[in-house]
Design a protein around this ligand. Sequence first.
Ligand code: NAP
Ligand code: HSE
Length: 430
Amino acid sequence: MTVPITVALLGGGTVGSQVARLLLEQQADLAARVGAPLELVGVAVRDASRPREGVPATLLTDDPGALAARGSDIVVELMGGIEPARSLILQAMAAGSSIVTANKALLAVDGATLHQAAAEHGVDLYFEASVAGAIPLLRPLRESLAGDHVTRVLGIVNGTTNFILSKMEEEGADYADVLAQAQALGYAEADPTADVAGLDAAAKAAILAELAFHTRVTSEDVFCEGITEVTSEDIQAARDMGFVIKLLAVAERTSDGTGVIVRVHPAMVPREHPLASVRDAFNAVFIEAQSAGEMMFYGRGAGGAPTASAVLGDVVAVARNHLAGGRGPRASTYADLTVRGIEEAQTRYYVNLDVTDRPGVLATVAQAFSDNGVSIQVVRQDGHGDDAGLVVRTHLASDGALRRTVDGLRGLDVVKRVVGVMRVEGEAGA
Ligand code: NAP
Ligand code: HSE
């Protein structure tokens, strides 16, 4: 009889409980696909006395250390956070276990330690579910595009914030109410600040950038702004101009090819752009590569079952490697490009101003743009009483120049208030 491949689960929450359920429900199919049965040997949780749907109580344990150290063939880490997840993974690798994890926070903070330990112990480290939930994205980057030269990765990689922005845009829903819904649906992180402050997307952007550009990138390297400052007025103003607001992650090579810039921030996207129609907790990512051209990956970016699908895919891949006596691809950071700051990114801005309505004001405002070498694409003016609303959209310029322009505008007597500033992405040919 074929010897089973043992699988230990650290974490039996939103994702872990779905992984356990699928491992048990799909036992026969998984065994046929792998070539050996997968045997779930334990599920570590904080509170083992609480029943988990689809997980036999006999498998639950509140001792993750013992489960990690028992030398299972595969340890699946779905606890989240930095510690004790990191120590448990290292402990499991030292005991000869290969690792599957969805823990983007840990990978983006200290992936180097995990990759190094995997190499030392000759085990696999797979993490497809850490970025964009169910969407196969990391394997295409790591394997299918290994022969190409990726220039840019851009997309929506956080389900919670996309859910919030979609509901605010389409239903005029209240921010706090929609966030509570996202939590109830299992989309949000244990601390949802990670989602709304952009930190979850920043961790994913770092992972994507590392794979795309063969360069070590950590969370700290990512410029990060979340959606907490996005107001319903911003959403309305964007709609009036034919745009929607999305939280985007962008990782791109600098034009001279020697650096990479990685950023996460809300951006206005034209309504006709494919990203504009990505709603709810769906994610979508564009990859631009020199030979392949542009590709779009789309699917469910969060939630227990979709994420469990990606985890199971990794478990099967690692189990196959185990049977074949080999290992999957190792971390590749040979290119060692310089990670550059946001100031060098080429972006476009939308700037919404309340200005005094008198002759010469438009020229004064235009001068502030010109002083910083920023070219204006569109200006729209609405008068109201003694004041006027002025909306300006720019052509491409360095983010640094655009920020200096906005600082300059704030200092002008004729500018009563800077009502809103946002980056614009996805416009063609401007
Ligand atoms: P979750 O629902 O909070 O589940 C965490 C699980 O880990 C729970 O079962 C918890 O036990 C257990 N746990 C946490 N700390 C523990 C400790 N010190 N000792 C023992 N058990 C511990 O989280 P989740 O949403 O499933 O997310 C898990 C991981 O997947 C995270 O890294 C997350 O970023 C990632 N991820 C989540 C999604 C998603 O849509 N939810 C998508 C992609 C990736 P109790 O149940 O007893 O509290
Ligand atoms: N909290 C994350 C999100 C889970 O909302 O996208 C998926 O990684």
